[in-house]
Ligand binder design. Sequence first.
Ligand code: ADP
Ligand code: ZN
Ligand code: ZN
Length: 764
Amino acid sequence: MSDAQETLYANIIVDISHESVDRTFQYSVPPALFGRVHVGSAVLVPFGKGNREHKGYVLKLTDVPEWAPEKIKAVRSVIENETGAETDAIRLAAWMRGRYGSTMITALKTVLPVKRKVADKVKRTVVRTGDGEEAAAAAERYEKKHQCAKARLLRQLAGYESLPYELVTAKLHITLATIRALEKTGEVRLLSEREYRDAVRGRARHAAGEEGRCAVPENAPRKRPYALSEEQQYAAECVVRAVREESGRHFLLHGITGSGKTEVYLEIVEQVVKEGKQAVVLIPEISLTYQTVMRFYGRFGQRVSVVHSRLSDGERYDAYERAKNGLADVVIGPRSALFTPFPRTGVIIIDEEHEPSYKSENMPRYHAREAAFELASYHRASVVLGSATPSLEAYRMVQEGKLTLLRLTKRLTGGTLPNVSVTDMREELKQGNRSMFSDRLAQLLKDRLEKGEQSMLFLNRRGIAGFVSCRACGYVMRCPHCDVSLTQHRGGRLICHYCGYEQAQVSCCPICSSKYILGFKAGTQQVEDAVKRLLPQARLLRMDADTTRGKESYDEILSSFMNEEADILIGTQMIVKGHDFPKVTLVGILAADLSLNANDYRAGERTFDLLTQAAGRAGRGAGAGEVVIQTYQPDHYSIRYAAAQDYEGFYREEIAYREFLRYPPAGHMLAVQVYAADEETAERLAAEIKMRTEESVKENTVLVMGPAPAMVRKVKDIFREVLYYKHEMLEPLHVLREQIEQYLEEKDGREETVLFDMDPMNLM
Ligand code: ADP
Ligand code: ZN
Ligand code: ZN
């Protein structure tokens, strides 16, 4: 590209705070700057009528001029060693584009928030009028009158002088009307603070109460009521030292659920903030519960910024600006919180780092863990990965010396590790037990109910659907648009979970007319029905994708179980995540091996994670816990090691399998997905792509699989064809991807889309 004969053009974005980053301007690159101008470089360019010098960033290099070459202005110079939020964003976007494949614009839109149109932002806070005791007394009064919402709010205010309005409404489910009613009776006040941004100084603040009088009181940071354990103290100190020394060292905090990882995070963040740096804390969206948020809010008050997927563009942008202008030191949120533009990030913490939700589903399909390492390198910051069941990626990095392992081995609430037993359902069937529960589990459920203790039933539904099939010919009812099996719901409706297609249950098989066309009973609803038959007096709660449709229902179900309004909580993987139920002494795991049958290379890892996490839900309080794993494959290593709670044993078997087949993290895999409106076009393009890459595949001994129809062949009438490339190293795969990108760019008539996925989490 730096051939001196050629002319090189750079597409440059000049105003990065522009409402759309789509506007780029083309400049030519003078030969003197060849080799110094890269995608992501900061440059100085003449701009506008007066040709005033502006800073811009290079988003693309090309040898194709967009208009008459003589009218194209030239880049003046390159700015080296540029720092700042914009530069970080551009650098990260350029890295993402190179690592995962996408356009620079798409990558940039991923790391920068949309600029909001409304100028002002009002920050509202709910404040108690009396002291904590008065609030507690008022809460009690309302509880007696069964005014739950009022009672709930005052209970919280007994512990905190004030709470952010968003937290009260979104996480405590209190309406504005309730707050207003409590204002009338004089128990709380709603204050608002207006923030004006000063274009010059960037952070002038003006405080004015809604009535124009008082400002919001800062919450005094709360102290934890106990001292850290020796292990916790050691772990926190190691990280804090690395941050202080800017050594760029990274850590894996491996500790069973309940071993006090979150407490270690809080300690690290506190120390890091004290030293004038900032902290990013990533947690899976599903763990972003009121309890978690309050632990951080309680410690850092107004200095913590909470990001979640339900924020509006405006709120997102405000959070971004607040961080940039030094009004917040801590951000907590799901993977996108990583892009918070702190001036001096000291630490990036990723809790439950093994969670698949850390991988983006949109282009560029980045993994938050990988992006965190990249971003940390700009600030010489440290990354802390935390998990009870580390990803194979993380544990391999420990083996390679790239991560320092920190262990938490004890539960701190006095609970002991649960007693885990495995029941073989094939044997149960031989003994004539046709019910959903093994004798042992049925016995234990009864026992817990009699003792007034809580139980959880976890149905492993990953990788299956409650499909309907013909027992005579084997035909499975499928969605006519998406080529996935339909799921049977109560009342017999058959529903497609990709596109929402719905039809009535059929009374005979469309192929062979047999009347034996039925559903396999494997839903949480069937579990609920079975428990009702077994224990009619038990109070049940069910949590799955259907019962948590509403925005608040997830938190509501959890709180209600926490308040012991039910004896048994039945649910899918949702119930095993990040929640502490001290009264639960029994966990039953149904169909433990279903996820082993999922057709992808992570099935063993997912199964081990799910079982370990589910087992970890028992015995969080003082009582000993009991876990029953029901399975048809009791000898599978994922199940054996999960029952023994032996992560290392599991890791050794699993990594051997990955190494043997060169699956990540033992190698890399690039998925190329072709989407087209008809089957033929998809197949043709995939074959063409394969042909075009043949040479470099041979040269670098890359392994190719496919093209083949995707697991889900068709979604919303779009056909999908997939091609996989595997290699030990990333580099040859990057080369391949660039070749494909180039071919696609040259080829016109695009009714088809090609997406890339580096190291995909599932087979597609
Ligand atoms: P994890 O994040 O590993 O699941 P948490 O930090 O949530 O663990 O801690 C689990 C429980 O133990 C919490 O109830 C917490 O308050 C308590 N805890 C944490 N550290 C200590 C400690 N040093 N002493 C006593 N209790 C602790
Ligand atoms: Zn049939
Ligand atoms: Zn469908």
